[in-house]
Design a protein. Structure first.
Length: 336
């Protein structure tokens, strides 16, 4: 395995400092994005968990701008990949090139692709062909890229923020369930109301806005990710997360009536992991010292909505994943 991108040991950060830095980052990004507060908080959670975010919304709502604002606020190395049908796997992972220096014999050398960054913006990810989409799987899950017989470590932290348009289907390839499952959260961008739209137009048609000033750096973010995983979680709270995931399976004794009727494939165990991890970070952001039921409820929709595969009948009847999750949240008891 290549020794590239091996980082220094992580220094500890206190919970108070964690909350202060995180809220400063959120405020700095929120000042550049009109509205979309839930999406801002969601991307922040993904970064603090060391996970990946899938942003869905029609063009022009600020998805890419938000991702870049987070990269600026954290002084992260960032890359943007515009996914197109002719994009090849080597275009994002990198490839071997023939290199020759003066006085030396020619040799093959690895040329890293745009995945070698702290924050990768994958614009219109569903426009890429399946073979290129699959090239992301190893990077997102293992934080490595294998080219030939050599595995290269990616920089840490490493987060993919992908965007997709839910309306336009021509020339797109829907993400397979295995890839969707690698995204910690799926965040929806709503079309703004009159006041927010007017504010957006005013900001973007006048003087160019100032870039987001750095609040922290990659080393600080690594320390914050490490702290998030140490938040205590009681067994009965984690058990509730597991029961919620089981309630959304179509063929379990614990399944809700709506899940049995409308769900074809329920969340994988990564759904429960996403609940617990994003919930822990939510607890820290709210100044709590342990994981609570409210933290799990706060992240349930973005953590689970993309992990539900509904039946054809559900889509025909207009049943949504959000409605099924909301129903399960009401029906799953706090105690077994």
């Amino acid at each position: 395995m290549s020794s590239e991108s091996i980082d220094r040991p992580v220094e500890a950060i206190s919970p108070d400092r964690y909350q202060q830095v995180a809220l400063e980052i959120e405020a700095a990004v929120g000042a550049t994005i009109v509205g979309q507060r839930e999406a801002v908080r969601g991307v922040l959670l993904c970064l603090l968990c060391g996970g990946h975010a899938l942003l869905e919304g029609v063009p022009g709502l600020g998805k890419t701008t938000m991702a870049r604002a987070f990269a600026d606020g954290l002084a992260l190395e960032q890359r943007r990949i515009q996914f197109t049908p002719d994009l090849m796997p080597a275009d994002i992972t990198g490839t071997m090139v023939l290199s020759q220096e003066e006085g030396r014999a020619a040799e093959l050398r690895f040329q890293p692709g745009p995945l070698f960054a702290n924050l990768v913006v994958a614009d219109e990810i569903n426009r890429a062909a399946p073979r290129t989409q699959s090239a992301l799987l190893e990077a997102m899950q293992e934080r490595t890229v294998t080219v030939g017989t050599v595995t290269h470590l990616l920089p840490q932290p490493f987060t993919v923020v992908a965007t997709q348009n839910p309306v336009e289907m021509r020339g797109t390839h829907p993400l397979p369930e295995a890839e969707l499952d690698r995204f910690l959260l799926k965040l929806l961008f709503d079309f703004p109301g009159e006041a927010e739209l007017t504010e957006t137009v005013a900001r973007t048609t006048g003087e160019p806005p100032a870039p987001v000033a750095p609040v922290a750096d990659a080393a600080t973010l690594r320390a914050m990710i490490a702290l998030g995983r140490t938040v205590p979680a009681a067994a009965h709270v984690l058990g509730w997360a597991s029961r919620l995931v089981l309630a959304l399976q179509p063929d379990r004794p614990e399944s809700t009536e709506l899940a049995r009727r409308w769900v074809q494939l329920g969340p994988s165990p990564r759904g429960a992991q996403a609940l617990a991890l994003a919930g822990r970070v939510t607890a820290l952001l709210e100044g709590r010292a342990n994981l609570a039921f409210d933290d799990l409820r706060a992240v349930a929709l973005p953590a689970l909505r993309h992990r539900l595969v509904l039946t054809f009948e559900a889509e025909r009847e207009g049943v949504t994943a959000e409605a099924l999750i909301a129903d399960a949240l009401e029906r799953v008891p706090a105690e077994p």
